[in-house]
Ligand binder design. Structure first.
Ligand SMILES: Nc1ncnc2c1ncn2[C@@H]1O[C@H](COP(=O)(O)OP(=O)(O)OP(=O)(O)O)[C@@H](O)[C@H]1O
Ligand SMILES: C[C@@](O)(CCOP(=O)(O)O)CC(=O)O
Length: 200
């Protein structure tokens, strides 16, 4: 099947255990899987890494402690690929996506955002998920030298004006409330995309 141009791309970033997967899954639930797919740049990376190292891919893709044992080495491995082609994982992760709304759950470097801005300038919007260190610790995070002070975690800490910032904390406004402008834009975009298909 021929690749279809997306109508809207929401590129999410955020620190470990800020809740990127949780928030992007919620968006997909609200929009439905026909309208919205969640694309993980780390998906193809973990697939290839798991294959080469004989590891459990499901656990690498999950949110438990297993993947943390391999994180530093996965970062190193992925950076070698990115040095040859900074868009390597962006290209693989988006290949074949057919829905009008793409939610990219895990941008980490300026080069990730630049790939989307340059390939899809009209469609791309950036979203930051933030949580306090205390909340992230309650979700299982602890500071790891070589990971939390490296580009993988800090590459988008400054220099980007995000289109939206979502605070994923128990005492913040509900996620549904904070996500309302994004969900409204996505729904309007999906309706327009549908109308343009049936009028063709
Ligand atoms: N608003 C929330 N309410 C309840 N649980 C949450 C919330 N946000 C995140 N969590 C839980 O916290 C844990 C970490 O969240 P998640 O996996 O989404 O973070 P992440 O930013 O994708 O983390 P990482 O990239 O480090 O894997 C998960 O177990 C998730 O279910
Ligand atoms: C290796 C890496 O892709 C791991 C991402 O894992 P996760 O999105 O935190 O589950 C991070 C990176 O690419 O720098």
């Amino acid at each position: 099947m021929e690749d279809r141009e997306p109508e809207l791309i929401l590129v999410f970033s955020g620190k470990r255990k800020s809740g990127k997967d949780y928030v992007t899954t919620l968006i997909q639930e609200r929009l439905g899987p026909d309208v919205c797919c969640v694309l993980r740049l780390s998906g193809p990376l973990k697939e290839q890494y798991a294959q080469e190292h004989g590891l459990d891919l499901d656990q690498l893709l999950g949110s438990g402690p297993y993947k943390e044992q391999y994180r530093a080495d996965m970062i190193y491995w992925g950076e070698n690929k990115r040095r040859q082609n900074p868009g390597f994982f962006c290209h693989l992760a988006t290949k074949g996506a057919q829905q009008p709304v793409w939610v990219v759950s895990d941008a980490r470097r300026l080069s990730d955002l630049q790939w989307f801005w340059s390939k899809y300038p009209r469609q791309t919007h950036s979203v930051r998920v933030q949580s306090s260190e205390k909340t992230r610790q309650q979700r299982g995070w602890s500071f790891t030298t070589g990971v939390d002070d490296a580009e993988s975690e800090c590459g988008l800490d400054s220099g980007v004006e995000f289109d939206w910032i979502i605070t994923n904390e128990a005492d913040a406004p509900s996620l549904d409330k904070q996500l309302q402008p994004i969900l409204t834009l996505a729904k309007e975009t999906a309706v327009l995309a549908h109308l343009s298909i049936i009028s063709q």
